[in-house]
Design a binder for this molecule. Structure first.
Ligand SMILES: [Zn+2]
Length: 486
């Protein structure tokens, strides 16, 4: 960086720009105006942590901003507000093509109370300085909401004629209940729509192949599936009493036994087709054992070595969650406050993250079987099954890989970054569309460094390099051009 005024932290954050290629595409893109409009969107405080107290007028203001900022979109498209979610439909001329859907969510998480003053710029300032757009939502994920509109506006303003219908779908409560995206998906399903692909938020940093035995190989991780989620409560009743006579055991002892039995019956390991595909995509660059000899130079050995690969992944902290259903006891309540008093009623919560093939019902049945014979009640607090394994060999993934490879390259070699299909450990709104789409892709094309992502997403000093925002808009424009235009 030639700018001598950059702090060390800013300079490190801007290192992400080294991955960028073809920033001169769409030379007339109004990147300055786009950043200002993103700042304005940030100032609409669409915090939605509890629908009962949510200020819906902030969502109304965001909708007004959309309506007033994108005249070509408003002219060409239908703009529907469903609940507080938004569905934009740009109709294509060729009804034989399945529509595409690009999405994101309008809601943001609140600023943690007491940390307001830790921000370099107020969290909802939407400040735009020389290098960054600042504020809650610049990484998660208002930048994607606004960039999809910016891209559609650009394409339409340049006379683009849509053959494939494009939907832009913006939920209202991704961070909490997912009802907005569910309603949008139901609306489309009710209209008989099936989709060619869905593009939603996901990873926004460059991954390091070191994890898979390919050190020094950067790649982009496009997530095509989500793990499931279950919270199970274990409860033990007891009237307590003096600890000099613990006849029959204490509630704490029983609860501990129950937790131990559940944890000691781990789920089997399995290599998902997505993790297998990651190994295949990185195969030529994998140099480290044990992966090197299990994968083969062209990935030809992956089939047949699934069990050994799953085992090797399970021994690494970062890969372990991808090859099994995980079991994490997280809460325990009701222990005695005194050493000589037995605890009364106690409860514990165990959190499970479900690999493909495991269902919520399986988890419950397994817990009940594990605690059999103990006076423990097992209750489901909440749960959802893992999503389907998305299609990574079809049209949508190939098109997105081509787009991302065009704009993000290894500066040392000039080669496009490889896109590898992956599993998401978290959840987004995308799974809502699975009933009408077999290719739900999660990737945020607004690259930031891992350090910025870790600090900013749901944290302090959420901000986005202006050039990252512009580059993400370019990627979306190109995806629209490649897949939707006549
Ligand atoms: Zn998000």
């Amino acid at each position: 960086m030639s700018d001598t005024h950059l702090s060390e932290r800013d300079a490190a954050a801007l290192e992400v720009l080294n991955w960028f290629a073809h920033e001169d595409d769409y030379a007339d893109l109004d990147t300055h105006g786009a950043c200002e409009r993103l700042g304005e969107a940030i100032r609409c405080e669409t915090v939605n942590s509890d629908p009962a107290t949510t200020d819906w007028s902030a969502f109304d203001r965001l909708h007004d901003l959309m309506r007033s900022s994108y005249p070509h979109v408003m002219e060409a498209a239908t703009f529907e507000v469903i609940g507080h979610s938004v569905l934009v439909t740009i109709a294509g001329s060729d009804s034989s093509l399945k529509p595409a859907l690009m999405m994101a969510h309008q809601d943001v998480v609140p600023v943690v109370a007491g940390t307001e003053d830790d921000w370099c710029e107020p969290a909802f300032s939407g400040a735009v300085d020389e290098h960054f757009v600042w504020g809650r939502g610049t990484m998660d994920i208002k930048q994607m909401v606004m960039a999809e509109l910016e891209a559609a506006e650009y394409v339409l303003a340049h006379g683009g004629s849509f053959a494939r219908t494009l939907y832009l779908a913006f939920g209202e409560d991704e961070e909490t209940y997912n009802t907005g995206a569910a309603a949008l998906a139901r609306t489309l399903e009710g209209r008989g729509v099936t989709l060619e692909y869905v593009w939603d938020e996901g990873s926004s940093s460059v991954a390091d192949g070191a994890l898979y035995g390919a050190p020094g190989t950067p790649f982009l991780s496009v997530e095509l599936s989500e793990k499931g989620y279950v919270d199970v409560e274990l409860a033990v009743r007891s009237i307590g009493g003096h600890s000099s006579n613990p006849f029959g055991g204490t509630s704490l002892g029983t609860l501990s036994q129950a937790i131990a039995r559940i944890v000691e019956a781990p789920y089997p390991l399995a290599l998902s087709p997505l993790t297998a595909a990651t190994f295949k995509a990185l195969a030529p660059r994998i140099t480290e054992e044990p992966f090197c000899s299990l994968v083969g130079a062209e990935g030809e050995l992956v089939e047949g070595n699934e069990a050994a690969l799953a085992e090797a992944c399970a021994s690494r902290a970062d890969l372990f969650p991808y090859v099994t259903t995980t079991i994490a006891p997280t809460m325990i309540e009701g222990g005695s406050q005194q050493p000589n008093v037995m605890p009364q009623d106690m409860r514990a919560v165990v959190n499970f993250r479900l690999a493909a093939g495991t269902t919520v019902d399986d988890v419950l049945a397994r817990c009940r079987a594990a605690v059999e014979g103990l006076p423990v009640e097992v209750r489901l607090l909440q749960g959802n099954d893992p999503s389907a394994v998305g299609c990574f060999t079809g049209y949508g993934f190939a098109q997105l890989s081509a787009v991302l490879g065009h704009f993000f390259c290894d500066p040392r070699t000039g080669e496009p970054l490889t896109c590898a299909p992956a599993i998401s450990r978290g959840a987004t709104d995308a799974h809502n569309y699975e009933r009408i789409c077999d290719t739900c892709m999660r990737f945020s094309p607004f690259l930031v460094t891992e350090a910025e992502e870790t600090r900013g997403v749901h944290g302090t000093d959420e901000r986005l390099p202006r050039r990252s925002y512009a580059q993400g808009i370019r990627a979306i424009i190109r995806m629209i051009e490649q897949t939707c235009l006549a």
